[in-house]
Design a protein around this ligand. Sequence first.
Ligand SMILES: [Zn+2]
Ligand SMILES: [Zn+2]
Length: 382
Amino acid sequence: MAKRDYYDVLGASKGASAEELKKAYRTKAKELHPDRNKDDPTSEAQFKEVNEAYEVLKDADKKAAYDRYGHAAFEGGMGQQRGARPGGAGGDFGSSFSDVFEDLFGDFMGGRNAGGARQRASRGSDLRYNLRITLEEAFSGSQKSIRVPTLSACDECSGTGAEGGAEPVTCPTCSGMGKVRAQQGFFTVERTCPTCGGLGQIVKNPCKVCKGAGRVEKERSLSVNIPAGVETGTRIRLSGEGEAGLRGGPAGDLYIFIEVREHPIFLRDGLDLHCRVPVSFTTAALGGEVEVPTIDGGRSRVKVPAGSQAGKQMRLRSKGMPSLRGGGAGDMMIELSVETPVNLTSRQKELLREFEGLSQDNHPEGSSFFTKVKSFWDGMKG
Ligand SMILES: [Zn+2]
Ligand SMILES: [Zn+2]
C-alpha cells in the first residue's frame, strides 16, 4: 500500500504554517486517539499515521526534506534519523502514546519534570498470568513452574538497543535533558525531545536483533512460590518479572492471578471446609463412628451420637484452610447424610417389618410434624 501524503493525513494544505499544522494535528490526534475509539480497530493505525506525519512536518529540517523528496527522504539506512523514522519495522511511533500526551497537553500543564517523563517512556509493561491450582495446593502451598511469553532484555546488545552492546550516547538535540524548549509567540514551551523521545540518549547503530528496542519476545520459565492459604482472586506480584523496559529501562511486574479449582469432596467457605459424609441409618440410630477424609490427605474418626438426624452438622476444629495472613486455620464442617438401605434380602425385610411393628413413639424429640398435621386436618373439618 502506498504511503499517504503527510499533508493529506493531517488535513492541511501544502503551504500551511507551523501554527496551522499544529492545530490540524491536535484536532486529528484528539479525534483519532485510541482511548476514544475503542470500537474502531482502524483508529489506532490512523492515529499512528497522524503522529508520524506530524513528527516530520513539525521539524523544520525534516519538513524541508519531505517537501523536496517526499517519503523517499526517510527511506533506506536511517542511522541518526530515528526520531523521524516513518512507522516501519522500528515501530517508534506506536510506542509513544505518553509522548503524544506530552505534546498535546504539555503546554497547558506547564510541562513535567524530565525525570518523570523518562521513567514513563522506558519502563516495561506489567503482565498478568492466570494460574489454576488445586485445593490441596492452596492448602499446603506449592512451588509452580510457569512459562510466560514476554519481552525480555535482548541478549545481543545486553538490552541497550545499540549494536555490539555499545553504550547509547547523549542525545545531541536536547543535550541529554529529554526536553527541548521552543519560542512560541511570547511563551517559551518545553516539550519532549523529538529525537530521543525523552530518554536523553540515542543509539547510533541500532542492534539488528531487537531493532534498537533493547528487548525481544521470548518465553521465560519462572518458578512461582505459592503461599499456603491462597484463594481464587489472590494476586501474587513478582517484582521486575514483567516486560523488559525499552532500551534498558526498568522492567514491569508480573501479577499471578490465582484460581483454585473445585474439589470433588470439599467445598470451601472462607477458611472453613464443608464435607458431606454418608452414614448408615443404623449407625445414625444406634450411634457409632465414621471415618472422614481431611484436606491434608489424612483421615479423622468422628463419633456419631445415637439418634443423629440427616443433615446434622459436626465441627472438626482446625481441619480447614490455613490463613494466608497467618494465625490459625479454619474448621471442617461435616454434614451427615443418612442413607436408606437398598437391595434388601427377605430376612432383612422381615426384621424391618418386625421393627416397624414395635415402633410407636420413635420420632425425634421436638419433631412435632404429626401433631401439626393432625391439628391442620382438624381445622379443615371445623
Ligand atoms: Zn533528546
Ligand atoms: Zn538488541
